[in-house]
Ligand binder design. Structure first.
Ligand SMILES: [Zn+2]
Length: 334
């Protein structure tokens, strides 16, 4: 009998990742590709996924009937039944169909959809969580946006359409004038995501009240070159404006963690996503806050705060784990 495989896809605001692995998900057998997220029209992403997957199949001499399933993790919100993304803040279109166009190219392969934050918690659950954490586990992604996934009482929380942990749009500052890409004001993501850090830095520059000499030096005086990376770099070197922006990023992440822990009473929260490149400026103050003085942010016993060792690949691993858990009818999704 031919060997069977599982496919995982992770669609983010910046990158699309595709992986194929043997059905046991032995990490030595994961083969993956990464490419920039195209936003030309609403079918650009599904086209990219089909092209990369076709390449991976032919390069590894794998046929469609050897694939047990495709797990598709995507930035949300999405409808996991229809297989389409809606109202996403960063992908560029109101509705982005995925299931229908991918099904046209791979008609026989079962497809499973999941919010990328929720995929993250599955990835942590399968690949790295300790046994005593697995039943009450949270994953938080800080990247272009902020997303999350929650396992509570041994059950993966999905919600009516699959967006049970859109925590990045938790309102952390209700009277805020900081606009989020979703259209609302004062979301956690508007302060603490990569886009949030950049946008808040630009707002503060326009206000002109804080010194930003160092930041402007780093970007050769071109405001348009500012991304979260430069703000973190300038903050580390003492830039006044950048320090204020990173302080806010961390403060509102404390608020976010507090909300999550008060709602779900979790054992551990794992952090991942592209912003963890600068985790030294984010994670230690979070750990200190929740070890020393959690009550300011949450009434429940505080969670352990950790970093996923798989960095921004954890969503992709979660997409693979989703298919494995579906096939096994694993108790956390049944
Ligand atoms: Zn928002």
């Amino acid at each position: 009998m031919d060997e069977k495989f599982i496919v995982g896809v992770d669609i983010g605001g910046t990158w699309v990742r595709v992986a194929i692995c043997t059905a046991d998900l032995n990490e030595k057998n994961i083969k993956k590709r990464i490419t920039a997220t195209l936003k030309e029209n609403e079918y650009s992403i599904s086209k990219t996924v089909c092209e990369i997957l076709s390449e991976l199949l032919s390069e590894n001499d794998i046929k469609q009937d050897q694939i047990l399933g495709i797990g598709i993790a995507t930035a949300g919100p999405l409808n996991i039944i229809k297989g389409e993304v809606f109202n996403n803040a960063n992908l560029g279109f109101r509705v982005i169909p995925l299931k229908k166009p991918i099904k046209e190219i791979f008609p026989e392969i079962p497809m499973y959809f999941i919010n990328d934050g929720i995929a993250g918690v599955l990835g942590v659950h399968f690949f790295e969580a300790e046994d005593n954490e697995k039943d009450n586990l949270v994953y938080i992604s800080m990247s272009t946006g902020i997303g999350g996934g929650v396992i509570c009482n041994g059950h993966l929380l999905l919600g009516k359409e699959g967006n049970a942990a859109e925590i990045g749009h938790a309102l952390v500052e209700p009277k805020s004038i900081a606009k989020c890409n979703c259209g609302a004001y004062g979301c956690w993501e508007a302060y603490s995501s990569g886009t949030g850090v950049r946008n808040r830095a630009l707002d503060a520059l326009n206000e002109g009240e804080l010194n930003a000499e160092l930041l402007m030096q780093i970007v050769d005086n071109a405001k348009s070159h500012i991304t979260a990376k430069e703000v973190f770099q300038a903050a580390q070197n003492g830039d006044q404006l950048s320090k204020k922006i990173i302080d806010d990023c961390v403060f509102y992440t404390k608020v976010g963690i507090g909300l999550v822990n008060s709602y779900y009473d979790c054992t551990s929260i794992y952090f991942g996503g592209a912003m963890m490149k600068d985790n030294q400026q984010i994670i230690p103050p979070l750990i200190e806050q929740f070890e020393k003085d959690p009550i300011r942010f949450t009434v429940n016993h505080p969670p352990k705060i950790k970093l996923t060792e798989y960095k921004d690949e954890i969503g992709l691993r979660g997409a693979l784990a989703l298919v494995k858990y579906k096939i096994e009818n694993h108790k956390i999704i049944s």
